[in-house]
Design a protein around this ligand. Sequence first.
Ligand code: URA
Length: 239
Amino acid sequence: MGLLRIDKILSSQNIATRTETKSMIKKGLITVNGELVKRPEEKYDPDTAVINVAGKRVDFKKYLYIMMNKPAGVLSASRDNYTPTVIDLLPDEIKREGLFPAGRLDKDTTGFLLITDDGELAHKMLSPKSHVYKLYEAECDRKLTKQDARKFAEGIVCGDISFLPAEMKITGENKALVEICEGKFHQVKKMFSSVGAEVISLKRLRIGEIFLDESLKQGEFRELTESEIKGILSRKHGI
Ligand code: URA
């Protein structure tokens, strides 16, 4: 990562603002590799330096990767003047500059939303060329049929938009699992509406090979583990 100023390192981790860092340095509260830091301009490699602030070791994370079980009624956006966003649901201790939802779930869609500040991973996850499949559970307003599933498999064309062939597995009278690697606007809802079914509820269950942690209640979140971060970009698929 290279050398960074100590005040920059601490502000990037949401530990202290630059002003707070300055005042903590004056009070002798910050050490790096066992030595007292004397000036905010001092530079360290955050990946290797052992940084302590008020006796507590700083666990430096270049990027954050958060799995949220998105509730309905909340926008997949960073900021909105009228409606709460998924970022608003994060407590101040975890919030930091640059966090955004990687891809959009509709306001009424629930389930697995990745929130990160790693733009490169988000871009790869969202690009259809990466073949990262997302699995959804949909409930519709009518009984689903094998013929519907066949249409999904053939690739649906809806006006001037066409969708890649997709696997759809009927799991109950009006329920199905659908797997897609594109992320077109209202894609799953449009695919169902083009076969004459209206989606009543939609939940995302998996991204890549990582399933939503079902112990998370709606609105709850947790950080992804190292191996889960890798699994997000997996091309494995199949229902
Ligand atoms: N497809 C939709 O129609 N809505 C979503 O929120 C996600 C996929």
